[in-house]
Design a binder for this molecule. Sequence first.
Ligand code: DX5
Ligand code: ZN
Length: 245
Amino acid sequence: MTAPAARPTLARTDGQPILAPSILSADFARLGQEVTDVVAAGADWIHVDVMDGRFVPNITIGPLVVRALRKITQATLDVHLMIVEPERYVAEFCQAGADVVTIHAEATPHVHRALQQIKACGARAGVSLNPSTHESCLEYVLDDCDLVLVMSVNPGFGGQSFLREVLPKVAAIRRMIDARGLQDQVALEIDGGISTSTAREAAAAGARAFVAGNAVFSGGGGSKAYAQRIADIRTEAALGAGVMT
Ligand code: DX5
Ligand code: ZN
């Protein structure tokens, strides 16, 4: 019997920071073109914010939109579920074509089970922590994660200000990942208020994947404008991470 192929890591092969533009700030009337433009501009992942009006006070999109995006891009679809009882929906998002499905630690008493469900569907499994949630909730599930997503705003809306108080938590999670030798297995992503003003300190604390909605899409402009904004944020993140080439 041959062993299953090792799952390729979520990191970039060149070690550079991962940029994941959030389509929450894109022009929804032109969503397909926005995604095509931002991928052409150098986005590594497309971050898809799913909100249910219960876990967060906003309603956005569901599996149908993920399915539609899957048809037009090969980029990693990084699906962030801000919904209660995520275990009811993870299979649907996986079947729609999500590459990474992230649930919130606060949204279910069954985080471990939900992670196994995601992996059983063939997707990468992530856990997200609200700003007030302690990193200790990862203690018994970190080895089962492909990704940890630290919220640096209270989830629900784009365009909010970065909460610096989460930086010690990012550093603590980075230490947990490194201490367990999981650097190549667990990606550490930060989400909320990321821009050229904040990416460097988030990277210095240990984040290696950066969600940016407002800072990429605000004002539109198409692939040329997006390429400049992505490159600028990536440069700041690389400086913070000490991986400037
Ligand atoms: C907030 C979402 C974020 C948001 C980030 O609930 O999870 O992904 O779109 O947007 P900015 O980068 O504008 O803070
Ligand atoms: Zn998000």
